[in-house]
Design a protein around this ligand. Structure first.
Ligand code: ZN
Length: 466
């Protein structure tokens, strides 16, 4: 009697340097934890737990699929305890890749027993040492530098979503997860027959592999114009307001979330779409970007259904009703403030109101998106910069440009043209074309106050209490 319980590593670890390093430190922590009792024996190729069904932790992490035992008999309590502890330590290194399960719980084991048994047999036979160049590559392309990089993600089938990208490692905020040249770019042409033949011409110029990559993408508009359907479903605009869209062999597999953990942007200098982590991403977590422009859940979800053909069940869309109502109210207010800040007459004639709106918008964005590095925050700081510099306030303008720069670096990297633009303005705010349209708030760059506490500095920055 008793039940089987434990955890599986999904996806299993690679032979890559990061996975191996994380596994070695995990093994070290486990050794350390149990060094003073007889629960764990150190064997040449693995650690063995000596009670229960004697589960093993191999020294070669890529072979590991499962740690489990039957919880029964006089040792039941001890077995249960070490499974909990080992799983907890594993979670710290491998995040949601560690999948807990037990025989009677709602969480199922991932691997079959024959797979697990094969993996355990392989523990005894250490692998021949391998060179990094034999590591499987997931990113296609002919850039020799990229061929040597270890991809941070894996393309996997995601239940209910088709394919998607899953983090293979814990990924820090601001990391460039990948960048990719488009297979081709195309404008959104009308009539659609024209667009179809335009795409057909571009497809002919591609290699067979690239054609297959294109045809494997999802089409939300099947029918008479299949190529256009694939483009309409998958193209990412080459720039925020560009009518040109790009199609990417890997990036087009990245799924949507209304609270995404990554940001996509077109870098016109390197002619690539880049994907950056805008939050900390755990190994095993799906990498997501945002396909829409926000707004409350009803129109947002309707748009996602019409344009891309899916019902969004992301963390935001599946909030409880009262929480969703709070989120909707915030997103509606965000839209209104965004529109109000864009009113150039108001920026000219009532700049204090515009700046106050920027501050309110910042607070709402931080609450709703729980991040200080969303692209909308970079945009907001740039708006605040423009308001200040239009009225000759170089001191505040340089601070706002500095904050816009910080957010841009995280979302797009140092080499993005937009990042470089705000960096230049941080150093030389008066270089902006609107500088001196009015001198109502005139300051020089040197007038940024020193010695204020954080609250005092924010009050100065946003011109509060004047
Ligand atoms: Zn959603």
């Amino acid at each position: 009697m008793g039940i089987d319980a434990g955890f599986d590593m999904v996806p299993h670890l690679s032979k890559g340097a990061v996975d191996q390093k994380n596994w070695q430190s995990f093994i070290k922590v486990i050794k350390e934890r149990y060094k003073n009792d007889n629960l764990v024996e150190v064997k040449p190729n693995y650690l063995m737990f000596t009670v229960g069904e004697r589960p093993l932790l191999p020294f070669e992490g890529h072979k590991f699929l499962r740690f489990s035992s039957k919880i029964s008999g006089s040792h039941g309590k001890a077995v249960e305890q070490y499974i909990d502890e080992v799983a907890l330590v594993a979670r710290l290194s491998f995040g949601s890749r560690v999948r807990r399960w037990n025989e009677y719980g709602d969480s199922q084991a991932f691997y079959s027993w024959p797979e697990v048994s094969d993996s355990i047999e392989s523990y005894e036979q250490p692998d021949e040492p391998e060179t990094p160049s034999t590591i499987a590559q997931f990113v296609s392309g002919n850039d020799p530098i990229r061929e040597l990089e270890l991809p941070l993600f894996e393309i996997q089938t995601i239940p209910g979503k088709g394919k998607g990208l899953v983090a293979r490692f814990n990924i820090a905020k601001g990391t460039r997860i990948l960048y990719e040249n488009p297979l081709f770019t195309t404008p959104n042409l009308s009539p659609i027959s024209q667009m179809e033949s335009n795409i057909a011409t571009k497809l002919k110029a591609l290699s067979k592999t690239q054609q297959r990559q294109f045809l494997s993408l999802h089409n939300n508009f099947p029918g008479k114009y299949p190529f256009s359907g694939i483009v309409k479903t998958n193209a990412l605009p080459c720039g925020p307001s560009s009518v040109i869209g790009g199609i990417y062999p890997t990036i087009c597999f990245i799924n949507h979330s209304c609270l995404s953990n990554a940001h996509n942007s077109w870098n016109s200098d390197i002619k690539c779409e880049t994907i950056h982590a805008i939050r900390y991403i755990n190994a095993g977590e799906e990498i997501t970007i945002s396909y829409d422009k926000g707004g409350p859940s009803d129109p947002r979800r309707m748009h996602l259904k019409d344009a891309f053909g899916f019902d969004c069940n992301c963390g935001v869309c599946s909030l409880s009703l009262p929480e969703l109502q709070t989120s909707d109210a915030r997103r509606l207010r965000i839209q209104h403030l965004d529109d109000a800040i864009g009113d150039s007459d108001r920026v000219m004639n009532r700049p204090d109101e515009s700046l106050t709106d920027c501050h309110s918008l910042l607070q709402l964005l931080e609450e709703e998106y729980r991040s200080d590095a969303d692209a909308s925050i970079a945009r907001l700081y740039y708006d605040a910069f423009q308001i200040s510099i239009t009225h000759g306030d170089q001191a505040r303008a340089s601070v706002f440009a500095g904050r816009a720069y910080k957010s841009r670096v995280i979302c797009e990297g140092e080499d993005s043209p937009e990042t470089r633009k705000v960096k230049n303005l941080m150093d030389n705010p008066a270089g902006h074309r609107n500088f001196g349209a009015s001198m109502r708030w005139k300051t020089t760059k040197g007038l940024v106050p020193k010695g204020l506490d954080a609250g005092g500095f924010e009050r100065w920055l946003w011109r509060q209490g004047r």
